[in-house]
Design a protein around this ligand. Structure first.
Ligand SMILES: NC(=O)c1ccc[n+]([C@@H]2O[C@H](COP(=O)([O-])OP(=O)(O)OC[C@H]3O[C@@H](n4cnc5c(N)ncnc54)[C@H](OP(=O)(O)O)[C@@H]3O)[C@@H](O)[C@H]2O)c1
Length: 473
């Protein structure tokens, strides 16, 4: 007997909250979890919403409870567990039915799964969901890829559960196969850069200016009222004002400085490199997390090199730090949008970059006041595909670049690491350098490998007169 419009497998943090969100929006949802006791506990704690939940104790029961065409969301641990659930569902489904992976998948896996299911007459939708636990329950940002006809069947549910920006759902269809999961991956890459840059300001104020966490939190709260208004600045401010109940110390002072990562930032950097891009601010943020994990090494390094004694430049003003953070953040987004454009061309996705900025305006972790302007700038057309060249942003960047330069110069002089800021600045300076230094790189390549170069006065595949070249002493 069909009782539910949609099914969901995996009642972990995200799946449980997404199910309640679906139910609250009026859609009966069938739920299944590998460990059955989790399903019982979930339904028992759902209150009034339990009447719209259809608990299932087997994949067979789950599929049998769905109206046709059947749609099942998978919200389990990424990787092997997703394949295991797909393998269990496929024999129970019929042509026209669909499986939706709403976890954080590597989009290459999504492309593979989509092709495999298409061969069996089934649809596979890769759906990136951002917003963490609260977003899943109250309205996440949703990035969809896959068969558009199948998405049309569930679109009313997805738009109902998504966050809203001035009434517009923060959910969009981006293209076939892995397009949605790729947009979500780049979202996470930008998130890494955004978080790292905020942490770098915290580092300058803590280690350079000797400010207490609560003071830094108060400053961030003030910034959150201005152009930096964003979820991440807001939560950073709240975190810095929070005390550890056990010791009474600021909570950040009792947290070990080793960052975790589940891979989406790394996937962004790896895929960008494959596409001939280099999102330096995102790469730096991934590197910073990896380096942070080497706590024992860093402590040994402190014992060896901690007292180098440097002559620090004056510490940047609060206004400079604010403008530097804003400029560096826009540069990270510029790099993120360039990856999306490159992947779109490579995989024939016809990605709407403005739509990505629009679905990120609410619900997701990188939501910020800047995204509305970014969407408008993209719709107006990005000169040379660069967000930082857009008239809406060029002024902010011109102004902020000086502050960013002062900040990076100060940090270098004081020995405070700011890898994301420094890499954002290097990218900006490269993108405004009419003549770079790759003339020498090309000459070196031709010298040792006869790779050829293009002459400024015309002609490709040219070679230098290296036989007569002399070594200078
Ligand atoms: N947490 C977040 O903030 C967040 C945000 C965005 C996206 N995501 C993504 O959302 C997905 C779910 O994340 P999560 O944090 O809610 O949970 P999770 O810890 O990644 O996964 C827990 C769920 O996976 C199930 N599971 C594990 N292996 C399984 C298998 N072989 N077969 C069937 N079920 C299996 C577990 O069932 P049992 O109870 O039986 O163990 C449980 O329901 C992940 O892809 C994650 O990356 C998470």
């Amino acid at each position: 007997m069909s009782q539910a419009r949609i099914g969901l497998v995996g009642l972990g943090v995200m799946g449980a909250n997404l199910s309640l969100n679906i139910a609250e929006n009026g859609f009966p949802v069938a739920v299944f979890n590998r460990t059955g006791s989790v399903t019982d506990a979930f339904v028992a704690s759902a209150g009034d919403l339990a009447e719209r939940l259809v608990p299932a104790k087997s994949y067979e029961a789950l599929v049998a409870s769905l109206s046709r065409p059947r749609a099942v969301i998978i919200m389990v641990k990424a990787g092997g567990p997703v394949d295991a659930v797909i393998d269990a569902l496929v024999p129970l489904m019929a042509p026209g039915d669909m499986i939706i992976d709403a976890g954080n998948a590597d989009f290459h896996d999504t492309r593979r799964r989509e092709a495999a299911l298409r061969d069996k007459g089934l649809s596979f939708i890769g759906m990136g969901v951002s917003g963490g636990e609260e977003g899943a329950r109250q309205g996440p940002s949703i990035m969809v890829g896959g068969n558009p006809e199948s998405y049309a069947v569930i679109r009313d549910i997805i738009e109902a559960i998504a966050a809203k920006h001035e009434g517009v759902p923060c959910a969009a269809y981006f293209g076939p196969d892995g397009a949605g999961h790729f947009v979500k991956t780049v979202h996470n890459g930008i998130e890494y850069a955004d978080m790292q840059m905020i942490a770098e300001v915290y580092g300058i104020l803590r280690d350079g200016a000797g400010r207490a966490p609560a003071e830094i939190g108060t400053l961030f709260a003030a910034w959150n009222e201005g152009p930096l208004n964003s979820y991440l600045v807001d939560i950073s401010s709240r975190v810095l004002g929070t005390l550890d109940p056990k010791t009474g110390q600021p909570i950040v002072d009792v947290i070990v400085d080793k960052a975790g990562q589940k891979g989406t930032g790394r996937w962004t950097a790896i895929e960008a490199l494959r596409l001939g891009q280099s999102p330096s601010a995102i790469e730096a943020a991934v590197a910073a997390r990896s380096w942070s994990a080497e706590k024992a090494t860093r402590q040994a390094g402190k014992a060896l090199f901690g007292d180098l004694g440097s002559e620090a430049l004056p510490i940047p003003s609060e206004a400079d730090l604010e403008r530097a953070l804003l400029a560096a953040k826009i540069i990270a987004y510029d790099q993120g949008f360039k990856i999306l454009a490159a992947a779109s061309a490579e995989y024939d996705w016809a990605l709407d970059l403005a739509s990505a900025a629009e679905v990120w305006r609410e619900g997701c972790i990188i939501r910020s006041a800047l995204l509305d302007d970014m969407a408008s700038a993209i719709r107006e057309g990005l000169p040379q595909g660069q967000l930082i060249f857009a008239p809406r942003f060029a002024g902010l960047i011109r102004d902020g670049a000086t502050a960013l330069r002062r900040t990076v110069a100060y940090a270098a002089s004081a020995g405070v690491p700011v890898p994301a800021f420094a890499n954002a600045l290097a990218y900006f300076d490269t993108m405004r350098q009419g003549r770079g230094t790759s003339d020498l790189i090309q000459a070196q390549r031709d010298f040792f490998g006869a790779h050829g170069f293009e002459r400024t006065d015309g002609g490709e595949g040219q070679h230098g007169p290296w036989a007569g070249s002399v070594a200078h002493s």
